[in-house]
Ligand binder design. Sequence first.
Ligand SMILES: Cc1cc2nc3c(=O)[nH]c(=O)nc-3n(C[C@H](O)[C@H](O)[C@H](O)COP(=O)(O)OP(=O)(O)OC[C@H]3O[C@@H](n4cnc5c(N)ncnc54)[C@H](O)[C@@H]3O)c2cc1C
Length: 519
Amino acid sequence: MIKEIQIRVNLIEERKENILLYKASKKLGLDKKEISAVKVLRKSIDARKKEIIFNYKVAVYIQETIPEESEYHFDYKEVSKAKEIHIIGFGPAGMYAALRCIELGYKPIVLERGKNVQDRRRDLKAINQEHIVNENSNYCFGEGGAGTYSDGKLYTRSLKRGDVRRIFENLVFHGATEQILIDAHPHIGTNKLPKIIQDIRETILKFGGEIHFETKVEEFIIKKNKIQAIQIQNGSEITVNSVILATGHSARDVYELLHKNKIALKAKSFAMGVRVEHPQEIIDQIQYHCPGERDELLPAAAYSLVHQANNRGVYSFCMCPGGFIVPAATANGEIVVNGMSPSRRNNKFANSGIVVELDIDKDFKKYEEFGALKGLEFQKDLEKIAFYAGGRTQTAPAQRLVDFVDGKISKDLNETSYQPGLKSAPLHSLLPKIIGSRLRKGFAAFGTKMHGYYTNEANIVGVESRTSSPVNIPRKENLEHTQIEGLFPCGEGGGYAGGIVSAAMDGERCAEAAISLMK
Ligand SMILES: Cc1cc2nc3c(=O)[nH]c(=O)nc-3n(C[C@H](O)[C@H](O)[C@H](O)COP(=O)(O)OP(=O)(O)OC[C@H]3O[C@@H](n4cnc5c(N)ncnc54)[C@H](O)[C@@H]3O)c2cc1C
């Protein structure tokens, strides 16, 4: 017999061997000998009160053995001679679309503008140390997409638990730790992601799929509203049947190409702001109610904050405990910041995007001439402002947190994890009022929710501009573009995902949709 129960364990108990077995036997009124195993299904930490509790959901196996095999199987087929599906972009959406094609017996041909994970590293070094952005190989472009040198948080708001579990199981199949199946807020870490992505690439190649790196799609050849071919950067044309367009939200040239070809696009609401960086110790002390260092059993503390300011949400986004702020620009002449963390989350800083919800119908009046690209043009302008304020390199404009709210230029800045460096700048006057004034209200309010958060020991760094796509590529119920037959807008770039897991799930769905129309 298997019984699922909840067990609460405090920090002292957590140190004891076999504590779960002991508590399970007590709770079920059983002798320990009757229990063959206790399997953890879910683990979360409740730090709301002074006594920190680990909440476990466990399956208790009573005179029964634990099955060794996962209920998920990935039955990949040999597809080298099968019907082809072209996939543009090898981020989470493109990768999972390719894997799903192979499971269903179709051959994925992936075209990716960036380099493989190993070669990509050199370009990341060049951004950080020489301030040179390779426009095809950076923190957003290359094997694994924006998901590779990311934080690897696998949190999603998607309610389709079965689909979410499939994505997690597939990551485990490709080398991720099984802990991601258990943790309430699973996280892989930027040091572990490249190897997992490389293993996914190897599966695709082993079963007969193709992946072409450094292959940028530059034109779509459309006749009678049906996609016929795509053109790559050397001018050669590739005839296609179905195309999954999974180019992410930073491929502005792709949106511009679609716009130029009068392919339907829609402007979409999104959020923008800054990244805030505190010493991790401050966040640990607030969240774990401890005066000094956090207990060694506790992970670097995270937070999630939200406040309404002038009818708009101001909220924390992509919080990275024990992490780094990274330069996520995809072109020279712009500054974009984002965050990542290693698997152990052991860096001494905690950073998070703090962003303001923008309304596409109300906030971009000056940009109306750009039609569906109005949000994108606004985003570009803000990134340019940050570039000039930072001193025209990848050095980012920054301000101490309280100085920002008080409208004072910071004489100096705190130490930072951001490798290209920071320059003191008046972000309070540089950011458009719709963002800046709300951020100032938001930060002050966050200080009342988390005592100690609102401090000049924190820096804010500009700008966190790429939270989600400012453009939607519309699709029909069958996931095909509303106007172009054979084109499947997919993932974050289409406006259908907001993170690694949701992009991966959308990739699978688009592969299924493309295949169902090919039959
Ligand atoms: C630093 C950082 C940290 C992040 N941390 C997290 C996190 O912890 N958790 C989370 O859920 N999300 C995180 N994200 C967001 C997450 O990475 C994205 O939501 C996700 O990668 C989107 O997947 P996608 O496949 O839709 O697009 P992308 O990952 O953007 O992939 C698109 C791919 O298409 C390629 N491409 C673009 N144009 C062309 C073209 N013309 N021809 C050929 N190829 C092209 C690009 O090179 C890229 O590889 C982070 C992002 C960044 C930048």
